[in-house]
Ligand binder design. Structure first.
Ligand SMILES: [Zn+2]
Length: 302
């Protein structure tokens, strides 16, 4: 570990949120390939991040064809399956109700045009979900193999490219990021771009794992520490700070997830324990996932 602290952190490493360069080492974590990374907290703004941050080439290797088709700690077990689609739709609907999206959707449906973009859309299930609800939806995805499946099998409009390079035709009413902001090399750049792409009063909905009581207690064994794919671990404070800085005001926030992961064949005892724990953390706002709705305001504040 000493090696990372002394030589692994290059001078160029800066906090993406505040630009600071003073990091407190929390613990180390190995990647699937056995490479060791450090989990650090910025001493100026508290954002927790994986360092040293891999470059674009190294990251690209993490998202090969197998990422969405092979069961690993970090990838997905056949992401395009019908069972996965059903499970995702259930979670999305729950999340959307929780962050009061349905009222916003009603308002936007009084307009002639309602455009939506899902960033990090994988095979496009959420794009399809929005289309089925009457949205003009598009997705953007870096992983070519999984996006190609969505285009081929569902005829969806998916842009295969880096979000920061994307040039939209016109602004959106809704932008969503389901568990993708923690994968981005610069959430600050992404948030700036999102804000510029939203219509006034437009909505951003995002979910991400939450740095909080559970992650602090569990340390290196916390279920979302997938290095180096997960580059940032936001708390509610750091997330709201990032959004506010780019003119996005939090409307509604919920947390969920107790750390008990559902799996096929789980016993009655486990199921019961998971159910009680899941309800408790949601009620207390201590889940290790969080979902937000943000509205674009006209005033940019710091
Ligand atoms: Zn910082």
């Amino acid at each position: 570990m000493q090696a990372i602290q002394k030589t692994g952190l290059k001078d160029r490493e800066r906090c993406d949120l505040c630009g600071g360069a003073r990091f407190q080492f929390l613990f180390s974590k190995s990647s699937e390939g056995g490479q060791e990374f450090g989990i650090y907290r910025c001493q100026d703004c508290s954002l927790v991040q994986t360092l040293p941050r891999p470059d674009d080439e190294e990251l690209k290797k993490c998202y090969g064809e197998q990422y969405f088709s092979r069961r690993t700690e970090r990838g997905y077990d056949n992401y395009m399956s019908a069972a996965m689609r059903k499970q995702l739709q259930k979670v999305w609907l729950m999340n959307l109700k929780d962050v009061e999206f349905l009222d916003f959707e009603d308002q936007r449906f009084r307009q002639e045009e309602r455009r939506a973009l899902d960033v990090g859309c994988a095979g496009g299930f959420f794009v399809e979900f929005l289309e089925s609800r009457g949205w003009q939806a598009e997705g953007i995805e870096l992983s070519e193999s999984v996006a190609a499946a969505g285009i081929r099998e569902m005829g969806l409009r998916i842009h295969i490219q880096d979000f920061l390079q994307f040039q939209p035709e016109s602004p959106y009413d809704l932008i969503t990021l389901w568990a993708s902001i923690e994968h981005l090399r610069s959430p600050s750049e992404a948030m700036k771009k999102i804000s510029s792409m939203l219509k006034p009063g437009g909505m951003l909905i995002l979910s991400t794992c939450r740095w909080g009581a559970l992650s602090k207690v569990q340390g290196p064994s916390w279920r979302f520490l997938n290095v180096p794919e997960h580059l940032f671990y936001f708390s509610t404070n750091t997330m709201e700070k990032l959004a506010r800085r780019h003119g996005l005001q939090a409307q509604k926030r919920i947390t969920y997830g107790s750390g008990f992961t559902a799996f096929e064949g789980m016993g009655v005892g486990y199921r019961l324990m998971k159910s009680v724990a899941d309800r408790t953390v949601k009620l207390l706002g201590q889940g290790d996932m969080m979902v937000y709705s943000f509205k674009k305001t006209n005033v940019h504040s710091l």
